[in-house]
Structure formats: C-alpha cells, structure tokens
Design a protein around this ligand. Structure first.
Ligand SMILES: C[S@@+](CC[C@H](N)C(=O)[O-])C[C@H]1O[C@@H](n2cnc3c(N)ncnc32)[C@H](O)[C@@H]1O
Length: 585
C-alpha cells in the first residue's frame, strides 16, 4: 500500500463515478490519463473498454477488455463483458466461449463475503497499524479510510474515519463518509446522526441531506425523506440523483404525477441516465400510453444495453403489442444479461441492473420465450408470477375491472347460485390465488370462514385491505394444499389455472384436503385443440374436455359447466369456461 496506489484508487473511483453518472467523456479522459502512466492497470483497462462499448466502439472495447484479462485472468466479469463486446460485433461463437469462461470462473471462485467475518478482526488490527503508519509517514489518512471503504473493509474504514473525526470533529465530508460506511453496515440510525452532523458542519454539502434522505426513506420516514431530498436539490438544483430518488419515493406513494415530474427533471439534466427513461416507461405503461412507454424503454436499453430489467419489461410490452419477433430478441438479451448477473457482484456492467432490485430470472425469461415460441412448460415459474403480480398489484383492480371488464368471480358465483340450494352456506372455504380479493368478495356471503392463498406479497397486502379473509397465506397453491392440516368444503380458483398450467396436480392436492361433498369452482380460458397450451399472452388455455376427463378420473363430479366471456383483451372478449365440481370422497 503506498501513495501511488491511493492516488490511483482515487482517480479510478473518479472515473467510475463519472461513468456511473453518465459522463462518459470525462470518465474516458481520466482512464486515458491513468493508462498513460499505468498501461497495465486492468481495472482501468476494463472500465475504459466498457466506456468504448457504451460508445459503440465494440472493437476497441474488446481490445481493451482483452488486455485487462491478460493482466487479471481471474475476473469473471471481464470475461463476461468481453463476451458482450464480441457479441456486438456478431462474433457469436467467440462471445459464447467468453460467456462460458465467465460462468466457469464464477462458479470456481469462493464467495468473498463468506470469509469476511474471519478476516474482520485481523483487518481491524491492520487498520489501526496502517493508520498509525500513515500518520507517521506523513500520508493523508483520508486516503486510507477511502481505500478501506472502497475495498469493502467497512469496520476498518469506520475506525479510521472516527480517528480523523477525533482530530477534526467539524469535518463535514468525513462525517458524511462515515455515515455512508455505517449505512452500508445497516446501522441506519447512527448513519442518520452522521449525516445530520455533516449538515450542521457544512450547510452547502448537498451529499449530506441526500444521504440522510436515502436513509430516512429506508427507515420508512417518507415525509422526512422528501424534505431532505428537496433540501439537497435546493443546494444543487442539478443533483439528478436526488431528483431521481425523490421520484422513487413519490412512486412508492403512488403519486405518479409527482414521480413523473421528477423523472422528467432528471432526463432534462442528464438525458443519458437510463434509469429515468426506464422509470418513465413504467409510468407511461401504467397510464396506458403505450407508444410513449415503448419510446422510453427503447431509449433506456439504447443507453444501457446491459439493462436487463428494462430489456425484460420492454420485451413484455412489445410482446403485448404483437411484435413477437422483436420480443423474442429482446427477451433473449434479457436472458443473457440475467445469466451475466450471476457472474459477479458489483461489476461495472452489473451495477445498473442489481441496484434496481428486481433481477431478471433465467426461468422467467425462458418462460416468456416459450410463450412466444409456442412450447408448453407445465407451469409458470413462481418467480415470474410473483414479480409480475407484485408489480401489477397497485393497478390490478382498476385495470381488470374498469378497463378489461373482468367478471369471472361474479360469473362463478352466479353459476354456483344457479345449482346450489338457496340457504347454502359453506363452513370453511379457500380462495386459491386470491389476488386482491375480488374472488373472495364474490363468495364471502356464502362462506363462514375464508382463507386466501397467493404467491404475491403485494396482492396479499391488497386483499388484506378488504377485511374478508380470516387467514391469508403468502404461499404457492400446491405447497399450501400439501401442507395444510385443514379440510375445506369450498375451493375457489378464479383466473388462476391460466398460470398453473397442468391442472392434474391441483386436482390431486384438492382431493386430499376436501371435506366430503366439497365444491370446487374454477374458471379457465378455453381452447379447442390439445389438452392445454400456453398462449402468446403468457397465460394458459385449457380444453374443457381435458379438464372434465382429468377431474372425473380423480372422482370430481361435474355439476355444471358454462361457457363465459371472462374479460376483454384488445377490445375482444376472452372466451372461457366455468366449472363447478362436487368432490365425493
Ligand atoms: C389473475 S389473478 C386472479 C386473482 C383473483 N382470483 C381474482 O379473480 O381476481 C391470479 C392470481 O393468482 C396468483 N397465483 C398464480 N399462480 C399461483 C401459484 N402457483 N400459487 C399461488 N398464487 C398463484 C397470482 O399471484 C395472482 O394474484
């Protein structure tokens, strides 16, 4: 560890910071300066290559990243990014080899975090020693703290920052940096104290109220968070990250107007900030302004071709507009990025993706792709369903009931009423895939006790607000039916077979927990050919004869089947079937 390294770290981080903020030319300038003196500095070579990639100079990108690999052949994401640069040059075979190398390297490397605890004590001692040494040899201890922080040696960084603050307690920047370290360690309250002290020490330090707002937002103190984001913006009106995070907070409050104002502001300040375009796209989608959403998604993935999450939702929207070919290409790109996401944490390319929270799961993309290409997996992957409905939960009812005129629950209840005695009352019902509770609402008046089951926590949260369920289980339906110790006399599955696919496991599990003469009422989307298949919408359709045969083979007696128009899709009614079975044990 010496001065040169600290200086290099400092400059590299500046380059990385500019890169993150979308200022590619400044980042590239710093990289060039570093490389003039240190042409073998692999991190800088790699970063410089990634910048070239973003600027679409794929050849230069590949050359630099290749050099980075020569100097550090163990870094999985160097290989991954080289793969991307080659793929962009249509050198698919070579690219594939590098992706494979990346995955092989990743799986052979131990998880750094796992060894952290054992190292911590030793590093704490080293920190103290290094600190003393740096003071004695006249080095700036700020660099030492900065270095520890950058390397993720947080206890050591905390130690050194505290030492510096003993000597100069009014140093706002160090208070702020210490706050960042504590925040990374999950010590939010202590972090917020540091940021407040930093604000008192220097009222013009925009980072302090910004960081404080981030912590408060994590602590759920939303009004306070808004206040401090605004405070940071007042100090630096062009602080686009503060505008962006303020937008996220408004979005979490479902205030899309204010959120979109913030994202627009971000785009005005930094038109290259892909996340703001992605967020705008999501809002346009919620407002059903599809054309504008497509433009924003397109912009987000152009600016950041590794933005898996944006690729994924872009693909989904493109698919819903019927452009299947483009959707397949986009979703396979998202799949590739999803694979890359497994390659390494904290890498340059992966940063944009990981921080957005939602990871593109390989299984989900595979499912989407099979929906597009007409293969039929036996069920939809639970991650896909959970994420989809978590995202959808806020606008589910408005969209389904108002826009798509969804009426399956009401039709199912009417179908039951037409054959069950007037005074019929069930003792213990279960709403399988209860969603926001529309199906529960339709049946609550004829059931004494109702349990809801759903995979999606956000849908469950919405159904809780209805106050009709005695118990709500955030759980997979088949898992619930396997593990429950209860017997039920009413089973409801409204618009759920469309995600479950193969109905036989469901029938088998229901049979095991059904009271004698229990009723099972379900809806399906209809098809005439085969048993069941996945439609290009990503939902399953079932042949009514198949459902009836499968059910009767397991002892379900069909009381009534009705054809029904369940909901609209692109202005057309979706044809479905409603079945009422009696389960005779
Ligand atoms: C289209 S919604 C229907 C919701 C409700 N039954 C209604 O009629 O309004 C489908 C629901 O089923 C849930 N779901 C799908 N597959 C599931 C599974 N395997 N386990 C639990 N819930 C599932 C989804 O999370 C979603 O909330």
């Amino acid at each position: 560890m010496n001065d040169v390294d600290f200086e290099l770290d400092e400059r590299f981080l500046k380059a990385f910071d500019s890169f993150r903020k979308g200022d590619l030319s400044h980042a590239s300038e710093i990289c060039e300066q570093i490389l003039t003196n240190r042409p073998d500095c692999y991190n800088t070579l790699h970063l410089s290559g990634v910048i070239d990639y973003r600027l679409e100079d794929f050849e230069e990108a590949a050359l630099k990243i290749f050099k980075a690999i020569q100097n550090d052949p163990q870094n999985a994401y160097f290989f991954y990014n080289l793969g991307l640069a080659l793929k962009a040059q249509k050198k698919d075979e070579e690219a594939f080899n590098f992706f494979q190398n990346a995955l092989a390297l990743k799986s052979s490397q131990p998880d750094k975090k796992k060894n952290r605890k054992d190292q911590t004590k030793r590093e704490g001692r080293l920190a103290a020693k290094a600190y003393r040494h740096s003071i004695e040899s006249g080095q700036d201890p700020n660099y030492l703290a900065f270095h520890f922080h950058k390397e993720g040696q947080l206890e050591e960084a905390e130690y050194v920052y505290n030492q510096i603050l003993i000597a100069s307690p009014q140093n706002a920047r160090i208070q702020n940096d210490l706050g960042n370290v504590l925040q990374e360690m999950g010590r939010m309250e202590e972090a917020s104290v540091c940021f407040r002290k930093a604000m008192v020490a220097n009222a013009n330090l925009d980072q302090a109220p910004y960081n404080l707002a981030n912590v408060l937002s994590e602590l759920g103190q939303i009004d306070e968070a808004i206040k401090f984001y605004r405070c940071a913006i007042k100090i630096s009106p062009h602080f686009f990250e503060a505008h962006f995070n303020l937008g996220l907070v408004f979005e979490s409050l479902e205030n899309l107007d204010l959120a979109s104002d913030c994202y627009r502001q971000v785009i005005e300040i930094n038109p290259n900030f892909s996340k703001a375009h992605y967020k705008m796209a999501g809002i346009f989608q919620q407002w059903e302004r599809v054309d504008e959403a497509l433009v924003e998604y397109q912009r987000a993935v152009e600016l950041d071709p590794n933005y898996g999450e944006a690729q994924y939702y872009f693909a989904d929207l493109v698919k819903s507009q019927g452009d299947l070919e483009k959707a397949v290409t986009l979703s396979s790109q998202a799949f590739l990025i999803g694979e890359g996401n497994n390659v390494s944490e904290g890498g340059v390319v992966l940063e944009n993706f990981d921080k957005n929270g939602l990871k593109v799961e390989a299984s989900k993309i595979e499912f989407l792709t099979s929906a597009l290409t007409g293969k039929t997996p036996s069920t939809a992957p639970s991650d896909y369903v959970r994420n989809f409905f978590d995202e959808f939960s806020r606008r589910f009812e408005r969209h389904l009931v108002e826009n798509l005129q969804y009426k399956a629950p009401r039709l199912m209840r009417d179908t039951c009423d037409s054959i069950l005695p007037n005074d019929c009352k069930f003792k213990n019902g279960v709403d399988l895939g209860c969603g926001t509770g529309l199906s529960g609402e339709a049946f609550i008046s004829i059931v004494e006790r109702l349990t809801g089951v759903d995979l999606s926590p956000n849908m469950i949260e919405k159904s809780k607000e209805k106050g009709i369920y005695d118990v709500l289980n955030e759980c997979d339906i088949l898992m619930f039916l396997t593990e429950t110790k209860e017997a039920f006399d009413l089973f409801i599955a409204a618009d759920v077979l469309i995600y479950l696919g193969d109905p036989i496991p469901l029938f088998e599990k229901i049979k095991k927990v059904a009271a004698n003469e229990a009723i099972f009422v379900l809806s399906t989307e209809s098809c005439d050919k085969g048993d069941y298949h996945i439609r290009q919408t990503g939902r399953y359709a079932h042949n009514k004869s198949f459902i009836e045969e499968a059910a009767s083979g397991l002892g379900f007696e069909l009381l009534l089947r009705k054809s029904a128009e369940l909901r609209k899709e692109k202005e057309q009614w979706v044809d479905g079937d409603i079945f009422v079975f009696k389960i005779v044990n």
